[in-house]
Design a protein around this ligand. Structure first.
Ligand code: FAD
Length: 285
């Protein structure tokens, strides 16, 4: 491996300055759970590694008026065990509880997961369904990006080379809203074959709003907008759920890989999208 210089800024201002001077020659490291494997495989060879792991200002979970703000360096384990998250946004804790193993969750950060932009990453699907937005900081200022616009391709985001992801903001669920995360994996702790996050708002028994997002269903995490329209304005019956399964299988674009064939993934998506939507509706009631 080509030697790299390891830099440890003491605050965000210094981190932004180091990154802005080096841009593409540098890579940020947070928990290292995705970066270290790709460095070891020599898929990338940056000249500089800038560690932000100890910038404790970026590690927080705070309630504001109608949303929760999560610092990008907050670990998966901190999100999973936060009382505030469990009370206000339980689907996030539900998702974190099935992400990898506790050792990975103790090191890996929510921001690192989003910036790595693995289409099979669990947090992105859950956060897109929840309507989250993120903030990126550079010497040029702070930029706000809806998470649905953050991912552009496989392992690629809209972040500029001098930007650091600093915050994730998740709105509180509206009244009469339920949310559920369903993941299908070969073994507990594995990346998903497919996973689905569903957030449903009811008006009496009729679906007023729905957001459905999936991991491992395309080259980025995706929001299944066509499938959402099959339930909005409907009272969800077994027939409507059959239609949900049919539409989701057509809408996603999974690829065949060592884990499963694309056809199998479509079948899994049918089953677990129905399950996630039904569970979200039960919770909304
Ligand atoms: C054994 C194992 C099992 C796993 N299983 C799962 C699973 O089931 N589901 C799942 O979703 N994930 C899984 N993961 C992935 C893991 O969740 C992520 O690797 C981890 O959360 C990434 O966060 P990190 O802090 O370690 O990021 P790092 O590895 O430090 O960084 C990842 C990438 O993001 C960039 N980056 C990090 N933070 C920032 C920032 N704030 N601003 C800008 N760029 C940044 C880095 O430059 C790098 O390119 C698994 C990982 C391992 C090792």
């Amino acid at each position: 491996m080509r030697p790299f210089q390891y830099l440890e800024p003491v605050n965000l201002v210094e981190a932004c300055s180091l990154l802005s001077e080096r841009k593409e020659e540098a890579k940020i490291i947070a928990g290292g759970q995705s970066l270290l494997p790709i460095l070891k495989q020599r898929l990338i060879a940056p000249q500089y590694i800038i560690s932000i792991k100890y910038l404790s200002d970026l590690e927080y979970i705070t309630a504001v008026q109608d949303s929760i703000k999560i610092g990008a360096l907050t670990t998966h384990r901190a999100v999973e065990t936060s009382f505030l998250i469990k009370e206000r946004c339980p689907m996030l804790a539900e998702m974190e509880a099935v992400l990898a193993f506790v050792q990975v969750r103790n090191w890996g950060t929510l921001g690192g997961s989003l910036c790595h932009a693995d289409p099979a990453g669990d947090p992105a699907a859950a956060l897109i369904a929840l309507g989250a937005k993120v903030r990126a900081t550079s010497e040029r200022g702070i930029r706000e990006i809806p998470l649905g616009d953050f991912f552009v391709d496989y392992l690629e985001t809209v972040l500029e080379p001098d930007e650091i992801l600093t915050e994730i903001e998740v709105p509180y669920l509206a009244p009469h809203t339920g949310a559920a995360y369903v993941k299908e994996a070969i073994r507990f702790g594995d990346f998903p074959i497919i996973s689905v996050a569903a957030v449903v708002t009811l008006d009496k028994d009729v679906v007023k709003e729905a957001r459905i997002a999936l991991a491992a269903a395309g080259k980025t995490p995706i929001q299944a907008k066509k499938t959402e329209t099959t339930i909005v304005g409907e009272k969800v019956t077994a027939e409507v759920l059959d239609e949900v399964g049919k539409v989701i299988a057509e809408e996603i674009e999974p690829t065949s890989d060592v884990v499963a064939s694309a056809d199998y993934k479509r079948e899994v998506a049918k089953v677990i999208t129905r399950k996630a939507v039904s569970r979200a509706i039960e919770r909304a009631r």
